[in-house]
Design a protein around this ligand. Structure first.
Ligand SMILES: Cc1cc2nc3c(=O)[nH]c(=O)nc-3n(C[C@H](O)[C@H](O)[C@H](O)COP(=O)(O)O)c2cc1C
Length: 330
């Protein structure tokens, strides 16, 4: 079976506008939402409809939940299970201090018994694919990771995504990709690998790690065409490969994103989400730090659009990225 390509869950980034942008190029097999707080979802807060917007392809959407209270998570799973989706994922990997202090994210990995009991409970609430995204754990202990995942598997988890770094490492040190294939051989369920994919060729190299899927996060913001590009390289002669232009107009793409943001996200989210996007997208430009800083001072999407256009006018040679010639993440 072909190895799947997946968009990672990323707070303030993995929302409908980004999915729409990636869909222009296609070839992303599954889209994770950003983490959705289980208690907030149950309370039915004013922004939950935006967090759970399933567009543009509900059948390829995976809702990711975060929380520390098993009952909250179980109720949230029951709510989401009524929606059309590809699955429901549980965040056991986030190492942001506020999340860990609250007993959520990677904190679950410190308590195999609690985590096992949680999965048992959630399993009763859904027939959807139930998955978990995690890190190696609090420490670099592969044997512990395997035992932890076997426990989840025995309680009914259908798939694991491993970002092979410890809780403490955040984004430091290289991810231990060798753990992905080793974990896959130790389990009976599919395993997806994630971490530091730098370009389309590396994405394809990771297909050889013996896992069932490759999840891409930050690179998919910088290069929303990355999944399509990887499929092109994988299968140069195939008739059904996705359409991919020879070059990318970065100004047009950035402006398109701002339009999609305005259409698919509430006004209260525009500024933070645009800033987050440009933190990664601007890496396509030589003066990335300058441009990101300038964009970061703007609060209106229209002002951000004007700045991006001005930059491309001043540096016309940077506006077009030729995919075949580019040394970058093409
Ligand atoms: C801005 C940002 C927000 C993130 N939010 C989440 C999240 O909501 N849930 C989650 O499981 N992981 C989250 N992550 C981690 C990513 O899903 C992924 O594991 C990590 O970025 C490594 O993949 P990459 O090197 O391809 O970016 C986030 C990462 C970033 C950079």
């Amino acid at each position: 079976m072909a190895v799947s390509f997946l968009l990672a869950p990323m707070a303030e980034l993995s929302h409908r506008a980004l999915r729409e942008l990636i869909e222009i190029f296609g070839a992303c097999d599954e889209y994770f939402t950003e983490m959705i707080s289980a208690p907030a979802l149950i309370r039915g807060g004013p922004f939950e409809a935006w967090y759970t917007d399933p567009g543009p392809c509900p059948q390829r959407l995976v809702y990711q939940l975060v929380g520390s209270d098993p009952e909250h998570l179980a109720t949230a799973v029951s709510l989401l299970t009524t929606q059309e989706c590809a699955g429901i994922d549980l965040n056991m990997g986030c190492s942001a201090p506020a999340i860990v202090r609250a007993g959520a994210g990677v904190r679950w990995m410190a308590s195999p018994d609690r985590a096992g009991a949680l999965i048992k409970l959630l399993r009763k609430r859904t027939t959807r694919r139930l998955s978990v995204k995690l890190r190696i754990g609090m420490e670099d202990d592969f044997a512990y990771l395997v035992e932890f995942c076997k426990r989840l598997e025995s309680e009914g988890v259908d798939r694991i995504t491993l970002h092979p770094r410890t809780a403490r490492e955040k984004f430091k040190r290289r991810p231990r990709w060798e753990y992905v294939g080793l974990l896959r051989s130790a389990l009976h369920i599919p395993v997806v690998g994630n971490g530091d994919i730098a370009d389309a060729r590396e994405l394809l190299r990771r297909v050889g790690e013996g896992c069932d899927g490759i999840m891409v996060g930050r690179l998919a913001i910088r290069a929303p065409w990355i999944f399509a590009r990887a499929r092109h390289l994988e299968n140069p002669g195939a008739e059904n490969r996705p359409l991919l232009p020879e070059s990318i107009d970065l100004e047009e793409l950035g402006l398109r994103f701002l339009e999609l943001l305005a259409r698919y996200q509430p006004r209260e989210f525009h500024k933070s989400r645009a800033h987050r996007f440009f933190t990664y997208f601007c890496a396509n430009f030589t003066w990335a730090t300058y441009l990101t800083t300038r964009l970061g001072r703007e609060t209106e999407l229209s002002a951000m659009a004007a700045l991006l256009s001005a930059y491309c006018r001043d540096h016309p040679e940077e506006r077009t990225l030729r995919l075949t010639a580019s040394p970058g993440p093409a």
